[in-house]
Design a protein around this ligand. Structure first.
Ligand SMILES: NC(=O)c1ccc[n+]([C@@H]2O[C@H](COP(=O)([O-])OP(=O)(O)OC[C@H]3O[C@@H](n4cnc5c(N)ncnc54)[C@H](O)[C@@H]3O)[C@@H](O)[C@H]2O)c1
Length: 241
């Protein structure tokens, strides 16, 4: 406990699923949390429950990001951690994914992550450094059937993480990616139906198991780690079984 004491952390998509679990664990570890989501009802309920702030944000809205960072700095003094967790899944393969759906999933999962990193970097520099954690997916390590747009969006998250880590290292801002496999959340209800086989560890993962890795990357325990991929998938992408 207390590994994030005094840190001001923004977590996007924290009204549900893994982001909500991360918000709970961050608060328990002493962080001052800003929950940023389009789902005002669930976001405000969780904020009240854990003593956090809720701020309405659509991650595709650049001006919204600027307002979020300003409000977090005004409330907590600094922005030390950003978890770019908000994401959507859109199913479709090379012949049946619509252009509209491809642009939408890239807008939320990829452009949203870029806008977030861009918005927090000056605030983190003012704070003397920071940690950005981008939530990718094992769909950013391998391909998936009928997941062309989702895969493209998550491979881009992985590439941007490494490029941004190089750009921001001189400012003492670390940037890492976390790639969950199949994790039990509202989103994965649909994914589970499309995924065949069982991971080597024999079960679907839990949000708490992803949150544990995210907390480590947010904390000073990971002070020499940047630009790295962290896979939390029960061994699914380790190789053939
Ligand atoms: N669940 C899985 O198995 C799995 C596996 C790998 C990666 N992921 C990734 O983990 C992240 C969280 O997934 P989850 O399963 O917890 O999903 P979820 O659907 O439970 O939660 C996603 C949250 O993001 C919010 N959101 C969606 N669009 C938004 C936008 N434009 N702006 C702000 N908020 C928005 C939603 O309101 C929701 O609260 C996503 O990036 C997802 O791609 C999930």
């Amino acid at each position: 406990m207390g590994r994030l004491r005094g840190k001001s952390a923004i977590i996007t998509g924290a009204a549900s699923g893994m982001g909500a679990e991360e918000a709970r664990v961050f608060a328990a570890e002493g962080a001052r949390v800003t929950i940023a989501d389009v789902d005002d009802g669930a976001g405000e309920r969780l904020a009240k429950e854990i003593g956090a702030r809720f701020h309405h944000l659509d991650v595709t809205d650049a001006a919204g990001w600027e307002a979020l960072v300003t409000s977090a700095e005004n409330a907590y003094g600094t922005v030390d951690v950003l978890v770019n967790n908000a994401g959507i899944v859109v199913w479709g393969g090379v012949t049946d994914l619509t252009e509209v759906d491809l642009r939408r999933v890239l807008d939320v999962n990829t452009i949203g992550v870029f806008l977030g990193m861009r918005a927090v970097a000056p605030a983190m520099e003012r704070a003397g450094g920071g940690s950005i954690i981008n939530i990718g997916s094992t769909s950013g390590l391998v391909g998936g059937p009928k997941a062309l747009g989702y895969s493209a969006s998550k491979w881009a998250v992985r590439g941007m993480t490494k490029a941004a880590a190089l750009d921001l290292a001189p400012k003492n801002i670390r940037v890492n990616a976390v790639h969950p496999g199949l994790i039990r959340t509202p989103m994965s209800g649909a994914a589970a139906d499309r995924t065949s086989g069982t991971p080597p560890l024999g079960r679907i993962g839990t949000p708490a198991e992803v949150a544990a890795v995210v907390v480590h990357l947010a904390s000073d325990d990971s002070g020499y780690t940047t630009g790295a991929d962290h896979v939390v998938d029960g061994g699914r992408t380790a190789g053939w079984t």
